[in-house]
Structures are given as C-alpha cells and as structure tokens.
Design a protein around this ligand. Structure first.
Ligand code: HMG
Ligand code: MG
Length: 301
C-alpha cells in the first residue's frame, strides 16, 4: 500500500540553480531558501562546496551559509553538496553539519562530473564520507545516471546497485537514486528498487531523485511509493539540470509532486500556495516562467 506521509527533499537552491547561466545574487538565494522554509519544506539542499570553476553559480556557497547562520532553523535541515575532502573542509569551516556526496553509476559521467574513473571516484568519496561521519555529521549520498546515461545508453541495474551499496556500506544515512537525464519509466524504477532489496539494502534509506525530461517523473514517484519509498527529491518550480550531463532538464517540480500527493491523501507538510508564490518570484528573477505545470495552472488562477 501507499505510505500515509512522505518527506520532500527540496533541491531547488542547489540542483535548481546550478545550471542557470544568470547568476542569482546571494540575497536572492537566501530569500529563496527562507521562502522555501516558510512554505513548510523540512529539508532544503542549499548550495554546493564544489570547485567554483566547475559550478560558477554556486561559487558564493560560504556567503549563502553565513547569511543563513543567524536564522532560526526551526528543525529544518539545510544540507550542502560536497564532492571531496576539500569541499568537506569548506563546509566544516562554514559550520555545516549535513552534507551530501555524489557518485556516478557510469564511467563517462564519473569522468565528466568528477574528473575521476568509475572506480576512482570512490577513492575520493569514501574518505570524505568517513571523515564527515567521524565528526558526527549527517551524510546523504547520491548516485547519478541510475536509469540511462547520455553517452552510454541504458545503465545495467547491477552497476547502479554496486555504486549505491558502496555508499550505503560506508555509512551514509540516505541514498538518493538519481535519474539525472529523466529517461526512467515506472517499470524500471520498480526493477531497480527490487535489485537494491535483493542486495540487502534497506528501502527505508532510499530516496528517489527524478528529472522530468520525458514527463515520467510523477509516474516514477508512484512506482517508488508502491515499493515503500518515502523520500522524494524535488525542485521548486521544476528548475534544474546538471551542467555536466547532456540533455538533463528540470527536476520534478515540488508543486507537481505536492499536487499529486494531495490527491492521494499523502501528507507532506508543504503549503502549496506559498510554494507557488516562491517559484513565481524566482522565475521573475531568472526572467522566464517556471517549468512546472502546476505553477502555470495556479499562478494567477
Ligand atoms: P579536479 O580538477 O580533479 O580537482 O576536480 P583536484 O582534486 O585535482 O584539485 C584541483 C584544484 O581544485 C586544487 O587547487 C584543489 O584545491 C581545488 P590547487 O591546488 O590546484 O590550487 N579544489 C577545490 N576547490 C574548492 N572546492 C572544492 C575543491 N576540490 C578541489 N571542493 C572536483 C574534481 C570534484 C573538484 C570537480 O570535478 C568538481 O568540483 N565537480 C563538481 C561537479 C558538480 O558540481 N556537478 C553537479 C552536481 S552533481 C548533480 O547535479 C547530480 C545530482 O543532482 C543527482 C542527479 O540528478 O543524478 C546530485
Ligand atoms: Mg539532479
């Protein structure tokens, strides 16, 4: 059966903005994050401590974290993405306690996104996980290209499970399976989750991260719900994409997810009206409408 409640993991300020060529200033990023918090989101990935040359949009990570430091976080977690120990150092210095590491399920994307081989990326990531855990930080892990890869095509389930289990075995609290380019379909989601269960993974620690390139994201969420997944990543307004993944477009829009969950009677804690206003405001900063269908339907409606 379906769960009665889910946790929405908001990635708009990070995955949503990282691909935007218009640089959003620190004040607007901070306003975006505060509005998301007021809209009821309880986990908001706020920025990345990656190399600033690789993702110029998020080169102001220290400033964003510093501006948020004095806020009353009110139980809201605000993790950041960290690729390596240098990123962990920066996050630690900024006072961050929740991080996310990210691996690729494919050779080509490991090279393009992390400048490492499929195997070699773990020599960078696993020591980062261990160091963060030894300091009592919470560590989430992502695997990208879990369904298809723009250069390699379909990705074997066993390759995804292998990458994911390496992160789970290193002690991450949650594994987010990313459909980076949005090619997945529900049967594939079901098969991938079954493969993780067969490998001994606790599905309670698995989250799903969909991009809506082919319009399959909500159907894929339903497949996840049926398999017992209760954490879903989404991006306000449907912003997003990865600058290093050919044909990666917007993330599943948080508003679209909320609309479907409301219809299913599944609790999520988000105020849809406040969220739509936030996405409309951010769209005005970026100079074009939010990709979300629900935002389009409700804005001015
Ligand atoms: P590299 O060039 O191999 O780095 O890049 P390196 O380890 O050789 O270091 C080179 C220099 O960079 C050194 O400086 C380091 O100190 C510096 P130097 O000694 O030459 O002066 N450096 C750093 N500086 C600041 N912050 C750092 C850092 N690390 C090294 N963290 C690296 C390797 C991982 C750094 C690079 O490939 C990188 O930053 N990649 C990030 C790419 C990225 O952010 N992609 C988007 C996020 S993933 C995603 O979107 C997918 C997801 O949404 C899920 C899904 O949809 O699938 C999560
Ligand atoms: Mg993503």
């Amino acid at each position: 059966g379906m769960p009665s409640a889910v946790r929405i993991f908001e990635v708009g300020p990070r995955d949503g903005l990282q691909n935007e060529s218009t640089v959003v200033d620190v004040q607007d990023k901070v306003a975006f994050i505060r509005r998301l918090r007021r809209a009821g989101l309880s986990a908001i990935e706020v920025t990345s401590f990656v190399h600033p040359r690789w993702v110029p949009q998020l080169a102001d990570a220290e400033e964003v974290i510093a501006a948020l430091a004095a806020d009353d976080h009110d139980g809201v977690t605000m993790p950041v993405l960290v690729p390596n120990e240098r990123g962990l150092d920066r996050a630690r210095t900024a006072g961050v306690r929740h991080i996310g590491v990210f691996a690729s399920a494919t050779e080509t994307f490991a090279q393009r996104n992390l400048n490492r081989s499929l195997d070699g990326q773990f020599d960078m990531i696993i020591p980062t996980v261990r160091a963060a855990l030894s300091e009592g930080m919470d560590v989430r892990g992502y695997v990208s290209m879990c369904f298809g890869d723009p250069w390699e095509g379909a990705v074997p389930l066993s390759q995804v499970v292998d990458a994911g289990m390496r992160l789970l075995d290193a002690g991450i609290s949650e594994l987010s399976l990313g459909d980076t380019i949005g090619v997945g379909t529900p049967g594939h989601v079901t098969a991938l989750l079954a493969a993780f269960a067969d490998a001994g993974a606790d599905l309670g620690r698995i989250a799903l991260h969909f991009h809506d390139t082919y319009g399959q994201a909500l159907s894929n969420v339903q497949a996840g719900l049926r398999a017992g997944v209760t954490t879903f990543d989404a991006s306000a307004g449907g912003l997003g994409g990865c600058p290093y993944a050919l044909s990666a477009t917007g993330n599943l829009a948080t508003e679209d997810l909320v609309w479907m969950l409301d219809g299913l009677g599944i609790r999520h804690g988000v105020d849809l009206g406040a969220l739509v206003e936030t996405s409309v405001w951010m769209a005005s900063r970026l100079g074009r409408p939010a990709p979300s269908r629900v935002v389009a339907a409700l804005d001015g409606g």
